[in-house]
Design a protein around this ligand. Structure first.
Ligand code: ADP
Length: 166
């Protein structure tokens, strides 16, 4: 079951020749984002920075995803993006989150079909905490993205713990 031994009729069992290290990478590549994604916290572009901060606390997340009026991915804000805005001189009750967010097309995303390894790689390579899981849709001849989940450093840590269980 571990893939180390294989069986063939009249031959018997034989060593499959796989390095245990490759077995781990096989697992990471077999598990799809769709299986590990979790529920994202999503707000609209015209939400005030103040309400965004309240949402961050109430939903116990580190990154908020932001949609435009049509419900498509417009951007995101991290904890530090919000801290930076809050310590500035802006009126956070009046300022919409759309002004301070990191916006499309600069958002690193992942699709449900990509692997857990692909997602972890993107988080490490781009030094970020979270990825929106998206499905592409065509609206008015333009490619847009619907948010269907999230993969964060916590998601990957949980998977790591799951795979490490004895
Ligand atoms: P923090 O800012 O709290 O350390 P991150 O490391 O996730 O959290 O974010 C660092 C910067 O990268 C922030 O400005 C944030 O808006 C941006 N960022 C976070 N996630 C993404 C992403 N998936 N795609 C593009 N930019 C991102």
């Amino acid at each position: 079951m571990l893939g180390i031994l294989e069986a063939r009729p009249r031959v018997g069992y034989f060593f499959a020749g796989k390095d245990p290290k490759n077995l781990i990478s096989e697992k990471m590549n077999d598990i799809k984002v769709d299986k590990i994604k979790s529920v994202p916290s999503v707000i609209k572009e015209d939400t005030s920075v103040y309400d965004a901060i309240v949402t961050l606390f109430l939903t116990d997340v580190g990154t908020l995803f932001i949609t435009d009026k049509d419900g498509n991915l417009a951007g995101l804000v991290s904890r530090k993006d919000l801290l930076k805005t809050a310590i500035g001189n802006a009126d956070i009750h009046k300022m919409p989150i759309g002004i301070v967010m990191t916006r499309m097309p600069n958002i690193i995303t992942v699709t449900p079909e990509e692997s857990a390894y692909d997602a972890a790689r993107k988080i490490v390579d781009h030094q970020i905490d979270a990825l929106p899981v998206v499905k592409a849709v065509t609206e008015n001849d333009q490619e847009k993205y619907k948010i269907v989940g999230k993969v964060t450093k916590t998601t990957i840590t949980k998977l790591f713990v799951e795979l490490g269980k004895t």
